[in-house]
Design a protein around this ligand. Structure first.
Ligand SMILES: [Zn+2]
Length: 382
């Protein structure tokens, strides 16, 4: 539901008799986040009370640890999907049945020590220190075993940088599923997820994706993840095929198995560019969060009016912002804006467009904590 205290721009103009140039977006602060008794934010090193992590922004969807061929595979599958979309009917085989793209992109540049950056402890420790200096209180890694996420690596860079890191769990998308998924029942997928939560200190399920339009296997995984969320209280953030494909269906599945939409972020929907923010509002109206989670790049000026529109509609409580960093060129040592780019590059654009600075601070500092805090149903492992 829209926050009744948030003014629309039209109301503000009418009441204050201001000209458009002097108009400001809602300036009233959002309600402070509320956390149930016993709620924690589970990082790879320890559980925190949500209040302990209030002193900065949270990036709810980034990547610090991938298998070294992950992005090469990802880019290849994405090229295949684009080709199929351009030629409808050209390839109906599910993504898992396809060979990798015939022309894989060149290997990504390595760090000064010759490693893939997401395998380079010193490099990633430095990036985490730089993110912390940019005002980040903690950061979420959206990988899990099928993406080659290494939880011990995350522990080491967190320990050495002093930046708390939350690790995700789950299964990613159809092209990356372990082959067992095709033959497993929903119950078997659920059991595999519960085993992940029982063996690693994961703090959420994410990113859980549909690669393109959601497939039969992906629906099975979504149902199992929804059930695992109910069983563990861990929140969920998703990946939608760009741009925002199957977003509402993802939410339908979670709600169908009993997940409270307040515990869900539907991801990458910011990439569904629509001046009316129709799907975005539909997600917010149902109480879930909407992910503007590939921000902090030159192209993200097109998301600015969409966020403004959602703020005007009273949905500041439902907006989640991150950058989904995946490329060394985006890191500071790679001469990019760094892990905090959603905060240091995108948020200033919103402010420039008229968004209230204090509201933006709450979106960056409070919304992710509200989303990630959960009351554990079992003791942490690891
Ligand atoms: Zn991601």
């Amino acid at each position: 539901m829209a926050d009744p205290r948030a003014w629309t721009r039209r109301e503000a103009l009418g009441l204050l008799g201001m000209g458009a140039a002097a108009a400001a977006l809602p300036t009233q602060l959002l309600a402070a986040p509320t956390f149930p008794k016993g709620a924690v934010i589970r990082t790879v090193l320890k559980d925190y009370a949500p209040e302990e992590l209030a002193g900065g922004a949270t990036l709810f969807h980034e990547h610090m640890s991938f298998q070294d061929d992950f992005m090469t595979r990802w880019t290849g599958y994405a090229a295949d999907t684009r080709r199929e979309t351009a030629m409808p009917g050209a390839a109906q085989a599910p993504a898992a049945a396809r060979p990798a793209s015939a022309t894989p992109p060149p290997a990504p540049p390595s760090t000064p020590s010759g490693q893939y950056f997401m395998r380079d402890l010193a490099y990633q420790t430095e990036e985490m220190k730089l993110a912390k200096a940019d005002g980040v209180a903690f950061i979420v890694d959206g990988g899990h075993p099928d993406m080659g996420r290494d939880i011990n690596f995350l522990k080491q860079i967190s320990q050495q940088s002093g930046l708390p890191i939350v690790a995700g769990g789950g299964f990613y998308t159809q092209p990356f599923y372990p082959k067992e998924i095709a033959t497993w029942s929903e119950e078997q997928v659920f059991q595999a997820l519960m085993k992940q939560a029982a063996t690693e200190p994961i703090g959420c399920w994410g990113e859980i994706g549909s690669w393109d339009w959601i497939t039969k296997d992906e629906r099975k995984v979504f149902r199992a993840v929804g059930r695992a969320s109910v069983a563990t209280n861990l929140p969920i953030f998703t990946h939608t095929g760009i741009p925002g494909k199957s977003a509402l269906e993802q939410l339908d599945i979670f709600e169908d198995v009993g997940v409270d939409p307040k515990k869900v972020v539907i991801g990458h929907v910011g990439n569904l560019v629509d001046a009316n923010v129709e799907v975005h509002r539909a997600v917010c109206r149902r109480g879930a969060f909407i992910g503007f989670d590939r921000q902090g790049a030159p192209g993200d000026t097109q998301q600015v009016p969409m966020v403004i529109k959602l703020l005007e509609a009273g949905y500041a409580n439902n907006i989640m912002i991150a950058s989904d960093l995946s490329n060394i060129a985006q890191t500071k040592q790679g001469k990019g804006p760094g892990y905090a780019r959603a905060l240091t590059v995108f948020v200033p654009k919103l402010k420039e467009a008229g968004a209230n600075e204090a509201v933006l601070k709450q979106i960056m500092n409070d919304n992710p904590r509200q989303f990630l805090a959960f009351v554990p149903k079992q003791a942490r492992k690891g």
